[in-house]
Design a protein around this ligand. Sequence first.
Ligand SMILES: NC(=O)c1ccc[n+]([C@@H]2O[C@H](COP(=O)([O-])OP(=O)(O)OC[C@H]3O[C@@H](n4cnc5c(N)ncnc54)[C@H](O)[C@@H]3O)[C@@H](O)[C@H]2O)c1
Length: 290
Amino acid sequence: MASGTRYAGKVVVVTGGGRGIGAGIVRAFAESGAHVVICDKDESNARVLEQQLPGTVFVRSDVTREEDLQTLIAETIRLFGRLDCVVNNAGYHPVAQWPEDTSAQDFRQLLELNLLGYYSLTKLALPHLRKSQGNIINISSLVGAIGQTQALPYVATKGAVTAMTKALALDESKYGVRVNCISPGNIWTPLWEMLAASSPDPQATILEGVLAQPLGRMGQPAEVGAAAVFLASEATFCTGIELRLTGGAELGYGSKASRDTPLEIPMLPPDFPRQSLACTTSPQEQLPAP
Ligand SMILES: NC(=O)c1ccc[n+]([C@@H]2O[C@H](COP(=O)([O-])OP(=O)(O)OC[C@H]3O[C@@H](n4cnc5c(N)ncnc54)[C@H](O)[C@@H]3O)[C@@H](O)[C@H]2O)c1
């Protein structure tokens, strides 16, 4: 999908790069000519990717462990001598849960991964990104802006990622470091598969996920990858933006009240003159007289 030399010679770190959206981003950067350091806590998929894609190297690391992230950056600099782009992507969406079923402990753990993981790697990378006038891409989520039912802690972490992106874009602008985020909607990944499988009717859940987009399909990891390469290589006047990659999921009205919500439904009076709704005059005749 990507075009060969758009990011040639640049060095990119992608967290959670072993599968799903992260793997799509790794592939797109590798195909654009960049060296890519794949960070993942799981080895199996990342090793396969490393074998398949020349110019990639896997450094096993857990983004919730500061010492792993120190090693990740040190290895990147040792191998390639520079760092141009960090893609913070490693994250998790817990299975559907009502607010009363959440716990502060689980919320804290999710913050450690979805928010502080991004923050910690960013801090360690910044000295190198300032040298290269590089950029950061945070993978947030559409639901951080529009909300999602039964996902309170997840939505909170993603809203914070988008806000953090804007704050950091302001602070880093004086060093020439750009900071942007991508907010995907429904992207078909192993995480989505797992969430569907944990629902009472997986196939119905998948259909609902497809129907959420006016385009009538979910997005592919490669499409997020293409957007990331664009932000890193060509979007040189973009900083602090949230690029929504949603297939239009946030557009228009939809049925949003749950079945348990008491409804207030206005009624037309029984004698409402229905035929008066029809337009019986031509548009010219409706114009006020001059
Ligand atoms: N799939 C979607 O529809 C969707 C939509 C919006 C946002 N997102 C976001 O995109 C990102 C990737 O989602 P995905 O669907 O590809 O997920 P995924 O579960 O399919 O892949 C996530 C990858 O991150 C790795 N990972 C998890 N915890 C890690 C850690 N502590 N350290 C290092 N690596 C770790 C996993 O091993 C895995 O390889 C997440 O931040 C997610 O919130 C996904």
